[in-house]
Design a binder for this molecule. Structure first.
Ligand code: KIV
Ligand code: NA
Length: 270
């Protein structure tokens, strides 16, 4: 059997072949992602993508654990990382540890991810020293959307040093990898050169050590809106809408079900 990928394997990929990462929230999609991905993230984007919530702010521990358990059943090889939801880690390192332990114990995740740079460094170190691999997330941090004033590019102009300091702080604190979201490409390249852990970009730069996308976005399944950084590799929403249209037409015309979908009396049909 192929050895499953761990957080230290991801860390060792710094500067190597780019890391392939996607989100997943269900067993079936996890199985598909696992065929190619090094890392599968159970993102708190699940709240917006699968539950119709307006932001990630109301995502709960229970939602992350339930989706984490579903994803775990679909993975054989990729490292599973579960997002810590808003409010589950900011209060203290102890609160973060308690919730990270619960996520890992109840889902089997190999690591957790949390948002924040310099101000979360102490918490990251606290978790790492206690055996919990942490992926950090800096730049645009969606759980802070209200403080940031929207889903806007971070680290432009005089704000550049802040993001660089955030990335350096989480690397120094022992994170095994860091997501860079929605930052200028030149800054993402500068951070990638400056720190010794892999950078995983989303709306960052092709020069990052890896890339991640929300799988429903790249499949064209979630199409309520499309951020500039999303590339659609399929158009499943359109395919599904067409399938439903055809089914409705066949039901109304009594052309579905066909004889092959119905049962005869007195047969050995199941
Ligand atoms: O929740 C999520 O899907 C994420 C990725 C986009 C990095 O945090
Ligand atoms: Na997230």
């Amino acid at each position: 059997p192929i050895k499953a990928i761990g957080a230290s394997d991801i860390r060792d990929r710094k500067g190597g072949t780019p890391l392939v990462c996607l989100t997943a929230y269900t067993t079936q999609i996890a199985q598909i992602a696992d065929t190619e991905c090094d890392l599968v993230l159970v993102g708190d984007s699940v709240g917006m993508v699968l539950h119709g919530l307006p932001s990630t702010l109301s995502v709960t521990m229970e939602m992350m654990i339930l989706h984490g358990q579903a994803v775990a059943r679909g993975l054989k090889r990729a490292l599973m990382v579960v997002d810590m939801p808003f409010g589950s880690y900011e209060e203290s390192p102890e609160q973060a540890l308690r919730n990270a332990v619960r996520i890992m114990a109840e889902t089997g995740a190999g690591a957790v991810k949390l948002e924040g740079g310099q101000h979360m460094a102490q918490t990251i170190r606290f978790l790492v020293e206690r055996g919990i691999p942490v992926m950090a997330h800096v730049g645009l941090t969606p759980q802070s959307v209200n403080a940031l004033g929207g889903y806007i590019v971070q680290g432009k102009g005089s704000d550049r040093q802040r993001i660089l300091d955030d990335a350096t702080a989480v690397a120094d604190a022992g994170a095994f990898s860091v997501v860079l979201e929605k930052v200028p490409a030149a800054l993402a390249n500068e951070i990638t050169a400056a720190i010794d852990i892999p950078t995983v970009g989303i709306g960052a730069s092709v020069g990052c050590d890896g890339q991640i996308l929300v799988i429903d976005d790249m499949l064209g399944l979630f199409d309520a809106f499309k951020p500039k950084f999303v590339k659609r590799y399929a158009h499943l929403s359109g395919d599904a809408t067409e399938a439903v249209r055809q089914y409705a037409q066949e039901v109304r015309a009594r052309s579905f079900p066909g004889s092959e979908h119905m049962f005869a009396d007195g047969h050995d049909d199941a």
